[in-house]
Ligand binder design. Structure first.
Ligand SMILES: Nc1ncnc2c1ncn2[C@@H]1O[C@H](COP(=O)(O)OP(=O)(O)OP(=O)(O)O)[C@@H](O)[C@H]1O
Ligand SMILES: [Mg+2]
Length: 583
């Protein structure tokens, strides 16, 4: 992908506005170029006897009129081209966000939120500046520089050639500083994303920060990153601070040359006074584009550096996609699942998580998974849901190899309540209806009842309309889990997975929820992961994961008889429960 490929479609879409804007810009420039000519003529006419006060007034009014035209026209091109650059930014932001949504969990595991936020703000800004102000100034520069140069030549060729002697030095300076500015801007951006990422993480983890009295340490860390950001910016400011004035110095050489040699020409009578004054005006018009070149180079460097960073994201391929073998005739799943000799290790890791794991569950049955922490329970279902891609030919649903099932069908038919639950800053009702926004409020209530959270919600100040999450009330860990379970139940999927989703509720409530759930989901497949045996014993089939394999599997009674890991956990938890009862 070439740096500018991504913006081309948006430029094509807005070409009419850009063309009209450029056309208006040409008119503005033409008008600006006429003004010195009028001044020249007026001054030179002073020496003629028939030039009256009225003529001077006429010329002055004409200049005022032209200035008014310039004001209106400038307004027009600003609206058209700058306006269009905002549309471009909007389009790119949408493209960025859309692409981000297609990327896998794996991508997010290895990305810093601060970086992604910097792309969505600073980088998009820089691109907009380049294609708004940068573009218009670029066009303006080329037009004005060429035209004023030509006008200067019409006044005096020799003087023009002398005036431009210092200009090659300009291009040298621009080339030299350009690449430095580019590199420096990269560093500024990187330090900004580190800083914003750190603040973001610190605020998200504020509980831990406070609990461990780490406020000062966090503040110190922030100051350090903030200092670094300032340091990089000062470096940038130093560079531009030297760059722009040095351009002005080079340009002042031109002014001196014109003053000395142009003055002599006037004395000798080679140029009229009007011509000399007009020449100065044109030199001014030639010079400001030269100064502005620095500014545009700067904008170009920032814009293209930002686009490169955005391109990196756009070039990241989504990993979880429909593969060539996907059979789009599959549009419904029943819910029987089988794992055949599943081997798995995470990308970028060398440890095998699973070796030769084989098990199955029929439609409408409940599979339970237990095992020590870190034994791979979450990974097991993440592979089934294709949060991560499993090896081919190792997982089957309804005898369809997993990769033959379209992703959309998989997502619609398998709903998981993950271990780390996330509620949006929205009402409880909307949070529950997330996967089924058209559900009636009665259905939402019913789901909440099955998840045994209805009474809790009714006790909130605004019931189901209570806002939870960042901007609303704080819900307890157990309430959060049950709201998430209600959310999953409402979608009524063919396969429902609870990944340790009952860990924060007491044993009695857990029992209640499981009873409700199995009752409501007769004939549908469930997978329940839990640490507590009490959550598992109703399952039709239980597997215990240990050291990358299924160490035991069977029904609750069968596993107890094995006298192994399962039995050990069961006995331990029975004692714990008894102690709990005594307390
Ligand atoms: N994205 C990942 N990349 C690399 N390794 C991972 C990743 N996620 C988990 N692991 C590793 O895989 C192993 C299994 O993790 P997993 O989360 O599946 O365990 P678990 O049985 O669900 O544990 P818990 O009971 O604590 O939830 C662990 O050793 C873990 O460190
Ligand atoms: Mg887990």
């Amino acid at each position: 992908m070439k740096t500018f490929d991504a913006v081309i479609p948006y430029l094509k879409k807005g070409w009419k506005k850009i063309a009209v804007g450029l056309f208006v810009l040409v008119i503005v420039d033409a008008v600006q170029l006429i003004i010195p000519k009028i001044i020249q003529r007026t001054i030179d006419n002073f020496s003629q006897n028939d030039f009256t006060q009225a003529d001077i007034l006429k010329s002055s009014l004409f200049i005022v009129l032209l200035a008014a035209i310039i004001v209106v026209m400038r307004f027009v091109w600003r609206i058209l081209i700058i306006g269009n650059s905002f549309t471009l930014e909007m389009g790119l932001r949408e493209k960025f966000y859309k692409h981000l949504m297609t990327l896998s969990q794996n991508f997010f595991n290895f990305s810093k939120i601060g970086d992604l936020m910097a792309h969505a703000t600073n980088d998009l800004n820089a691109v907009r500046m380049l294609f708004g102000m940068g573009f218009i100034a670029g066009a303006d520069i080329i037009l004005m520089a060429t035209a004023s140069f030509l006008f200067m030549i019409t006044i005096n060729v020799k003087l023009t050639l002398m005036a431009i002697i210092p200009l090659p030095l300009l291009s040298f300076m621009i080339g030299y500083f350009g690449s430095r500015l580019h590199r420096r801007f990269g560093k500024v951006q990187a330090s900004f994303s580190t800083l914003s990422g750190m603040i973001q993480e610190s605020i998200s983890g504020i509980r831990v920060v406070k609990a461990f009295a780490q406020e000062d340490a966090e503040l110190k860390k922030m100051q350090e990153y903030s200092n670094n950001f300032v340091k990089e910016n000062i470096g940038m400011a130093k560079l531009s601070g030297f760059f722009h004035p040095s351009l002005a110095v080079i340009i002042s050489f031109s002014t001196v040359i014109v003053l000395v040699f142009g003055g002599q020409a006037v004395i000798k009578g080679d140029i009229t006074i009007g011509g000399f004054i007009a020449f100065f005006s044109y030199l001014g018009m030639l010079v400001w584009p030269m100064i502005a070149i620095g500014w545009i180079v700067d904008m170009y460097q920032r814009g293209s550096a930002s686009l490169k960073r955005l391109n990196n994201i756009w070039e990241t391929k989504p990993e979880i996609i429909n593969e060539p073998e996907t059979d789009f005739n599959i549009n419904e799943l029943q819910g029987s699942i089988s794992f055949k000799n599943l081997n798995y290790k995470y990308p970028k890791s060398s440890d095998m998580i699973f070796e030769n794991v084989t098990t199955s569950i029929d439609t409408g049955k409940t599979l339970a998974i237990c095992g020590k922490t870190g034994s791979g329970k979450s990974t097991f279902i993440d592979l089934l849901c294709r949060v991560y891609n499993p090896p081919k030919n190792s997982i089957y649903i309804d005898n369809h190899e997993l990769y033959t099932i379209p992703i959309e069908v998989l997502r619609k038919n398998i709903i998981m309540v993950p271990q780390d639950i996330f509620l949006f800053s929205d009402t409880v009702a909307n949070n529950i209806a997330l996967g089924n926004p058209s559900a009636s409020i009665e259905e939402v209530h019913k789901a909440a009842k099955i998840a045994a959270v209805y009474d809790d919600i009714m006790e909130f100040k605004n019931g189901f309309d209570t806002v939870v999450g960042e901007r609303g009330v704080t819900v307890s860990g157990g309430q959060k889990q049950r709201i998430a379970i209600a959310r999953a139940i409402l979608t009524n999927p063919k396969i429902l997975i609870l990944d340790d989703a009952l860990s924060a509720v007491d044993t009695k409530t857990e029992k209640q929820i499981l009873q409700n759930l199995l009752e409501a989901r007769k004939n549908k497949t469930n997978i329940i992961i839990a640490h507590r045996i009490s959550a598992l014993n109703h399952a039709d089939h239980i597997i215990a994961l240990d050291k990358g394999t299924i160490s035991e599997q069977g029904t609750h009674d069968e596993l107890l008889q094995l006298n192994g890991l399962y039995n050990e956990l069961y006995e331990k938890q029975k004692i714990e429960e008894k102690i709990g009862d005594v307390k």
